[in-house]
Design a protein around this ligand. Structure first.
Ligand SMILES: [Zn+2]
Length: 301
């Protein structure tokens, strides 16, 4: 390496951020970033980014199912796409020359993948690895979900999301937006009506984007809902959605065993209850959430 350490670090982050450019029109495609995050978790835990196909076929498939957009693709097939295709981005290698996308040759040859050696070497720097993980997770997921994804790949969310940030430039948020959303919804959860306060301050109620900020969702009143912390999380994970008539839909894939958890079912079919004059979520943003986030189909009553 002739150029300096900082150049090298920026080059690594730029190479990884190019994965994001495969997305168009707000379509989510977190498959490759999830594989790289899994490899970073592996590198941090074991000192090597090696992931066998057997591991990918379960762990990566689970990550894609749990944190990816709704999809009818078979789990092993959904893992085979990034496991083979990430090679063409020049950051992933396989120990056998197998065709793109096909599960059978991966299984038959017990193929093992790993980050490209020079890249892996650079990412042994814990600070750079943390910056890379942060960049990947924040470009794909909202803040409600990023910590869950990091934990799922074996990385420490506090260390990564709390790390001093000299690397990445971020799209600027409008600081006044959350306040405007909470006001527009009377500082209550738009789904359950929770309106907790501690003293004079609202507690446990957040401004939620319908179309995620990371996927072009604007800080606009017709792209926001005030939601309690629980329903914000469930909305961002696709447990809860909105129908064309703006009634709440509960995913039929959500299950719960206690009455506390099962109270979520009772939201199904409820209308939103905005303050008079509040702009309701725009159809385009609701459609994005339905297509990219909600784990349909909804419950049938
Ligand atoms: Zn709520």
């Amino acid at each position: 390496m002739i150029h300096g350490v900082v150049d090298q670090q920026n080059e690594v982050l730029a190479r990884l951020s190019s994965l994001r450019q495969h997305q168009q029109g707000g379509t989510r495609s977190p498959h490759k970033p999830l594989l790289v995050l899994l490899a970073l978790g592996q590198l941090s835990a074991t000192g090597t980014s090696e992931i066998s196909w057997a591991t990918a076929a379960t762990k990566l498939a689970d990550l894609i199912r749990d944190y990816g957009p709704p999809s009818a693709t078979q789990p092993a097939q959904s893992a085979a796409y990034p496991f083979t295709r990430l090679r063409s981005d020049g950051i992933w290698t396989l120990n056998a020359d197998v065709p793109m996308d096909r599960v059978q040759p991966l299984a038959a040859n017990a193929v093992v993948g790993r980050l490209e050696p020079l890249l892996e070497q650079a990412l042994r720097d814990a600070g750079l690895a943390a910056a890379a993980a942060r960049q990947l997770v924040e470009s794909e997921f909202p803040p409600t979900i990023a910590p869950d994804v990091l934990m799922a790949v074996g990385l420490d969310p506090d260390a990564i999301l709390g790390a001093a940030d000299g690397y990445t430039a971020r799209r600027r948020r409008r600081g006044s937006w959350p306040v405007a959303i909470l006001e527009a919804w009377d500082r209550q959860c738009a789904f359950c009506g929770f309106d907790g306060q501690l003293g004079a301050a609202t507690v446990g109620i957040e401004a939620a984007h319908v179309r995620w900020f990371t996927f072009g969702g604007p800080d606009a009143v017709d792209n926001g809902l005030a939601l309690c912390s629980l329903h914000h999380k469930l909305f961002d994970r696709g447990v809860l959605g909105l129908g064309d008539d703006l009634r709440i839909i509960v995913s039929s894939r959500f299950t719960s065993r206690t009455t506390a958890g099962q109270s979520v079912y009772e939201l199904h079919g409820r209308p939103l209850r905005p303050r008079p004059g509040t702009s309701l979520p725009a159809a385009a943003h609701v459609d994005w959430h339905t297509n990219e986030v909600f784990k349909g189909p909804g419950l049938t009553l």
